[in-house]
Design a protein around this ligand. Structure first.
Ligand code: TRP
Length: 461
């Protein structure tokens, strides 16, 4: 290995911005609302909270600890902590998950670029959600256009990753994340204040407050094992857990950083942004009387309708889609980085070559995902098209299994003292609730994830 110091994050805010930049992305703004919409709203949100706090947070701390302690990529980290054991396979599985996730992630990110273009030419003007939804479906079922944008987006991602950690990732996120946050708050305020939608004949079409009720009032009858599995998968997906992203980012964190605090801050910000995205979208969904179960097109057909109701709508629309694309970019960078760090450090391929090879193969897989909305629509696995299969298998299976293995590794393979020393910076900071955190990592998280799986494949219950 070279003697050059490993690239890393320069400041504390840089760490949080970069990790939050990885966490906050399509998962919060695109996936969370549509998953919540399909899974009954409030009940899904509640389960999601439980999984983020009880499982996501301790797993995130484990990943930070493993990464920083070993200073290595997802595979190398396991090799260094448990040499000559099959544990490194957890990292390999993570690299595979990165490929699968980024393949469809690049497609949806490409959609955000098309929407920037549509915003620039003011194409949403005067369109109602129904027309917007039709436009969205026409766009994704075009075989060429979405692929064009996907390739453009993946090229951007690769360029930033080639630039390296400090120059690329940290700078972009530090500047733009706070702006995105403010923008979502403003959209949320507008959405909630839409009030009652009354037609010319005096009929009530919908009311924005019903959207808040939908999101925050759990209807427990909506909970079944699929909802539970989706909420678990969404928690992992949104927090960027279970495949080594946080291990890789942890390896770039300085030794004096408080990892527990960083994990809490990142998880809090990520969850807050998902909830705010829900607050921005669901009141408008109910105001316009759009079915909340609409699926992947939900935000694309609802958000532009909110902007129509805002003074300066043109600018809001444009600003939003630009920041949406940036949020997607800071996440896709972190996905690609997992694969690139593995190829450069384990297989000793130089960074430029590694980035090109991975980006090109992921994009190729992504083209198949994109075409599954058009020419490959009839190719399906267990009733899901290619796109949905990539999403379902990676989010609902690979990530939680990865998270379970990471928890087992931290709880049973690493020594308690090793974990404690890294988390507490060799005892220099006090770790409140350490015993509970350790108990969750050792017992609760692995068992809870295992139970959800056994139920979902029908072996329990
Ligand atoms: N968390 C990101 C989002 O919500 C996506 C993401 C980036 C991710 N890196 C990850 C998901 C690693 C799972 C694992 O959009």
């Amino acid at each position: 290995m070279s003697s050059k110091p490993r690239d890393g994050f320069s400041s504390k805010f840089g760490v949080i911005a970069a990790a939050a930049g990885s966490a906050v992305g399509l998962g919060n703004i695109w996936k969370f609302p549509y998953e919540a919409g399909q899974n009954g709203g409030g009940a899904f949100l509640l389960l999601y909270f439980v999984f983020v706090i009880l499982i996501g947070l301790p797993v995130m701390m484990s990943e930070f600890v493993i990464g920083r302690k070993t200073n290595a990529n997802a595979v190398g980290a396991f090799k260094s902590l448990a040499p000559k054991t099959p544990w490194f396979f957890t990292g390999v599985m993570g690299v595979a998950a990165a490929f699968m996730i980024l393949s469809f992630y690049g497609v949806v990110s490409g959609w955000t670029l098309e929407y920037i273009y549509l915003a620039v030419i003011n194409a949403f003007k005067g369109q109602n959600p129904e027309q917007l939804s039709k436009g969205f479906n026409e766009f994704i079922s075009n075989p060429i256009r979405p692929v064009f944008w996907q390739v453009g987006f993946m090229t951007l991602t690769a360029l930033v990753v080639i630039g390296g950690i400090k120059n690329g990732i940290e700078k972009i996120t530090k500047l733009l994340m706070p702006i995105l946050f403010l923008l979502i708050v403003v959209i949320g305020i507008r959405s909630v204040s839409l009030g009652a939608n009354i037609s010319e004949s005096g009929e009530v079409i919908g009311h924005s407050y019903d959207g808040l009720k939908f999101l925050f009032k759990p209807d427990f009858s909506k909970i079944d094992i699929d909802v539970v599995l989706d909420a678990l998968g969404q928690a992992f997906f949104s927090l960027s857990l279970g495949m080594g992203t946080i291990i890789t980012y942890g390896s770039y964190i300085k030794k004096d950083n408080n990892l527990k605090k960083t994990a809490i801050e990142v998880a809090f910000l990520d969850t807050l942004i998902a909830v705010l995205a829900g607050v921005a979208i669901f009141p408008a969904v109910f105001y316009f009387n759009v079915p909340p179960t609409e699926g992947p097109g939900l935000v694309f057909s609802v958000l532009p309708s909110i902007f129509q109701k805002m003074a300066g709508g043109y600018i809001w629309t444009l600003a939003f889609f630009v920041l949406f694309a940036v949020a997607a970019l800071t996440s896709s960078i972190s996905l690609l980085e997992v694969a690139v760090a593995y190829f450069t450090e384990e297989l000793k391929i130089n960074r430029l070559k590694a980035t090109i090879i991975t980006a090109v193969s992921i994009t190729a897989l992504g083209v198949a995902c994109s075409l599954s909305n058009s020419v490959l629509k009839d190719v399906s696995f267990f009733g899901r098209n290619i796109f949905d299969t990539m999403d379902h298998v990676s989010s609902n299976f690979l990530l939680p299994i990865g998270g379970m293995l990471i928890a087992i590794f931290t709880g049973w393979v690493m020594k308690q003292s090793e974990f404690y020393n890294e988390l507490s910076n060799n005892g220099t900071i006090k770790i409140k609730l350490f015993k509970s955190i350790y108990f969750i990592i050792r017992f609760l998280a692995p068992v809870a994830i295992a139970i959800v799986f056994l139920y979902s494949v029908g072996l329990l219950g």
